[in-house]
Design a protein around this ligand. Sequence first.
Ligand SMILES: NC(=O)c1ccc[n+]([C@@H]2O[C@H](COP(=O)([O-])OP(=O)(O)OC[C@H]3O[C@@H](n4cnc5c(N)ncnc54)[C@H](OP(=O)(O)O)[C@@H]3O)[C@@H](O)[C@H]2O)c1
Length: 247
Amino acid sequence: MGTLNVKDKIALVTGANRGIGEAFVKVLLEQGARKIYAAARDLDNLKPVIALAPDIIEPVLLDVTDTGHIQALPEKISALDILVNNAGIANACNSTSDNAVEISRLEMETNLFGPMQITLALLPQLKRSSEAAIINLSSIAGISNFPALGPYSATKAAMHSYTQGLRAELADTNIQVVGVYPGPIDTRMAEGFEMEKAKPEQVAIRTFIALGEGTNDVLPDDFAEQMYNVFLEHPHNLENAFSQMLH
Ligand SMILES: NC(=O)c1ccc[n+]([C@@H]2O[C@H](COP(=O)([O-])OP(=O)(O)OC[C@H]3O[C@@H](n4cnc5c(N)ncnc54)[C@H](OP(=O)(O)O)[C@@H]3O)[C@@H](O)[C@H]2O)c1
C-alpha cells in the first residue's frame, strides 16, 4: 500500500466552488500541489476559488452528470495524480416518501454514476502517475442508513461499495483508493441539521493525513469516528442509533 504526499502533485476536485470541495482546493494549495483543476458546473461560482492562486488553480467546467463534459476531460487533463470525487447532492427525503424513487435516481446520477464515469475517463492518467490517489466522498450515512436522508444514504452506501471494488481492482497499481465517511460538516448541505458540525477543511486535512499513512477509510470528524465505533461493536447498533435519531 502506498503513502502519498501532496507536494508537487496534480489534482482535480469536483464540486470545487464551495463546501468540502473548496476546502480540498485550499488544503491542496497549502500542501504544495503543483496544479489544481477546480471543477464546477458554473464557472462564475468558481471565481473566488481561482483567485486564491490563479497560476496554480485552473477552472474546469464539469457537471458530473453531463457525459459531454466528462468526455472532454482527458483532452484537457493530460496528467493527473489525485482525483477527488467530491460533488454530491442530498435531499431531505425518506425511503417511504412518494418521490423516493425519483430522488434516488437523481442522486445516484450525481453521487455514483458521475464519479464512476469521471474515474473511468481519467484512469489512464492516474495509472501513468508514479504516486496517485482516488478520493471518494461517501458518508457515515453510507455505512448505515440515516433514515431522514434515506435515498441519499443508499447512494453513499453504493459509493462505499464502488470504492471497495475499485481498491481491489487497482491494488497492483500505484493508485491508492480512499473512501471518506464524514459526519455532519458545516456546509450548505448540512444547513438544516441542528448538530455540532466539523469544519470542511478538517475533512481535507484528515484525508491527506490518511493518504500519507496509507489508510484507506477516512473518518474525518468526531461524530463519524464515534458512529463507526458503534458500527464495529455490531452493525445493528449503528442502524438502531440512526433510527432513533429519526424520532
Ligand atoms: N456536509 C456534510 O455534512 C457531508 C457529510 C457527509 C458527506 N458529505 C459529502 O461531501 C461532499 C461535498 O458536500 P458538501 O457538504 O461540500 O456539500 P455542498 O456545500 O452542498 O456542496 C456540494 C458541491 O457539489 C456540487 N455539485 C452538486 N451537483 C453537481 C453536479 N451535478 N455537477 C457538479 N457539481 C455538483 C455543488 O455545486 P453547485 O454549487 O453548482 O450546486 C457544490 O460545489 C458530497 O459528496 C456530500 O455528499 C457531506
